[in-house]
Write a protein that binds this ligand. Structure first.
Ligand code: CMX
Ligand code: CO
Length: 132
């Protein structure tokens, strides 16, 4: 089902500071920046080879990333895996007794189609399916 690691999502409090840290320290360029009101985040994407780092700043304390930082602090928030077809992947997962957050695909970064799987079904790891 998974074709590659598309991106690693990292929760940060200060997006500008995080972008400049990754640029100066690791030479990662952030070429895409976007506010996704429906996800409650401002995000920046930096390409690393064929994959991306997604820095996520919550738009408020009651958003998913805001609650995550409140309870766990900054750090790795989710892994985005590439799939050929999100709709087909969701159908397949329904047969595996997996708890889906999104029953249907929704729009994600860079025009992708995405869906989240609940961390309680994946050993504590929030998983995002990504179809470019
Ligand atoms: N990774 C692992 N576990 C997580 C988690 C994460 N990112 N976020 C929450 N949890 C755990 C919590 O620790 C908590 O565990 P316990 O019950 O053992 O304490 C449990 O899940 C419930 O956490 P909560 O704080 O009560 O949060 P909610 O149930 O309100 O929401 C979740 C959790 C995963 C359903 C919600 O964050 C969600 O829908 N996430 C998907 C959407 C998202 O994160 N969007 C932002 C990214 C945007 C993008 O990449 O484009
Ligand atoms: Co993501």
């Amino acid at each position: 089902m998974f074709t590659r690691v598309d991106h690693v999502g990292i929760a940060v409090r200060d997006l500008d500071a995080a972008i400049s840290f990754y640029e100066k320290t690791f030479g990662v360029s952030f070429t895409y920046r976007h506010t996704a009101q429906d996800q409650g985040v401002e995000e920046a994407m930096g390409q690393v080879g064929e994959s991306w780092i997604q820095l996520l700043k919550p738009l408020g304390a009651e958003t998913p990333v805001g609650k995550f930082i409140e309870s766990r602090g900054e750090g790795v928030h989710h892994i985005g895996y590439g799939v050929a077809d999100v709709r087909a992947a969701l159908e397949e997962l329904k047969g595996h007794d997996i708890r889906l957050i999104d029953e249907h695909p929704r729009p994600g970064s860079r025009g992708a189609s995405i869906a989240f799987i609940h961390p309680k079904s994946v050993g504590g790891v929030l998983v995002e399916l990504v179809q470019e």
